[in-house]
Write a protein that binds this ligand. Sequence first.
Ligand code: HEM
Ligand code: HEM
Length: 180
Amino acid sequence: MATIAGNADVVRYNSVARALHAAIAVMVVFNLATGIAGDALEKVWNPFPLHRGTGMIVLVLSLARLGWRMTWTMPDWPATMGNVQRQLAKVTHAALYALMLVVPVTGWIMTSANSKLPISIWGLFEWPKLAVTKGSALAEVAHEGHEILGYLMAGLVALHVAAALHHHFVIRDNVLRRML
Ligand code: HEM
Ligand code: HEM
């Protein structure tokens, strides 16, 4: 049987992978929440300046994470995972990696088309904008894409977190522990 949770010699993801996963997870969840609830929140607090800056940080960290990911092989999945689960995990992870790049880029493109919206990185400095014309096809597609892919990402993250909790509390294997 696979290593049981609680065993000290559980094989884990490397520390850089775990740190990047945690940092990106917190920021993506924040951005999904502020993106979805943003309009409702705006009467008390406008979350979008922070949403835009945090989204650009997600892009930079995700590029670093993907670069780092090319340099190592993930720990083997436990024997508790069947073929279907392994394929589903692979597809979900690949989709999450893609969305970690595409969703911020669409946000960057659509915001670049609006001269009134600065992209401030947590008040430290201004992020440069792309040369996108307001009302152009690119700006429109990016806006649509940001919305549709943002909601798709929310669904996949919910599935991903549910799977991690299912592994930990129901199957009781080491899958959650090795990423923490
Ligand atoms: C991980 C990164 C990001 C995630 C998960 C994310 C997610 C979302 C979601 C789910 C929405 C709501 C969609 C809607 O109802 O229209 C939204 C809206 C928005 N996002 Fe992002 N976003 C990210 C990054 C960015 C970036 C980098 C920018 C700009 C630089 C940005 C700018 C905006 C703006 C301006 C809106 C409001 C759009 C509107 O009012 O139509 N986002 N985001
Ligand atoms: C917030 C709660 C989250 C929990 C509890 C969680 C848990 C996990 C766990 C346990 C793994 C390892 C899976 C395995 O070994 O098969 C993993 C991997 C992964 N997670 Fe998350 N996750 C969370 C949020 C997120 C978010 C928000 C994203 C990105 C949008 C994300 C992206 C990924 C990716 C891409 C992998 C694959 C890592 C690799 O093998 O390269 N996770 N997560």
